[in-house]
Write a protein that binds this ligand. Sequence first.
Ligand code: CU
Length: 96
Amino acid sequence: MVKQSFHIRNMMCAMCVAHVRKAIEGLDGVKDVNVNLASNSALIEFDESKITPQQIREAVVAAGYDMDTTPLSAASDNSEDEKKKSKGFLGKLFGR
Ligand SMILES: [Cu+2]
């Protein structure tokens, strides 16, 4: 059983969140799902021997949305770096 966060695309309101959650929580192998509109992500607890992120994504796509199959935990480290980089860039732009 693993618990991973994935980026969800195309969600715009609470109804979208409900649709995505419903699409994911009904899947065999998914134990728990928590969809967050503010961060456009879904924290999913699933049995990786029963279901893959690709299969979860298929259900999300079938519901009219999209999901990155690469978990956010690895990606969030990169976005932290990106933030630092852009901060440095803006600092150069507006500093002085
Ligand atoms: Cu919506």
